[in-house]
Design a protein around this ligand. Structure first.
Ligand code: SME
Length: 161
């Protein structure tokens, strides 16, 4: 059983190390990507403060398709190179966006979103999809969040078929 404990995020590297440990526990012994992404979305949603969306898009063919998430209903399909998610997927690099209104082509799913971070999910050189977190607060995510989320994304990708 997952026990929901408030996460002390005053020290982000410590907080993300704790989250990684919890995530690895949830992923242990399971290779189904959808199930693992669902548990990861829930873990992030309940652990990290100041989010309005946390979830995954899967690469299906040449498009990103909505996967498990927490938050309001979102756009289902995103083309490669489009929006923050499509840019992260096409470039295979994390997109740290302090102001979504300043990102050319940002796709608005929830009008409350003001900042966003999208991390590509890559397993042995293969792109599986992206991890997307949104916040109603401008500049919510920094390079410590990026580093922590990249470790979590790597754990999800490695664990999943
Ligand atoms: N804002 C994203 C779309 C996904 S939603 O935020 C959940 C983008 O520009 O790709």
């Amino acid at each position: 059983m997952f026990e929901r404990k408030p996460l002390d995020t005053s020290n982000k590297p410590v907080a993300y190390a704790e989250l990684e440990s919890q995530l690895r526990g949830l992923l242990h012994g399971e290779r189904d990507f959808i199930a693992n992404a669902a548990n990861m979305s829930s873990l992030l949603w309940h652990s990290l403060p100041d989010l309005n969306w946390a979830g995954v898009y899967r690469l299906v063919g040449d498009q990103l398709v909505l996967g498990p998430f927490m938050g309001k209903p979102a756009c289902v399909r995103i083309s490669m190179g489009k929006g923050v998610c499509g840019t992260a997927a096409a470039t295979r690099t994390t997109q740290l966006v302090p102001d979504v209104h300043a990102f050319p082509g940002h796709i608005t799913c929830d009008a409350a979103s003001r900042s966003e971070v999208v991390v590509p999910l890559i397993k042995k050189g293969e792109l599986l999809g992206v991890l997307d977190l949104d916040s109603p607060t401008p500049g919510r995510f920094d390079t410590e969040d990026q580093a922590g989320l990249e470790r979590l994304a790597a754990a999800l990708a490695e664990a999943s078929a």
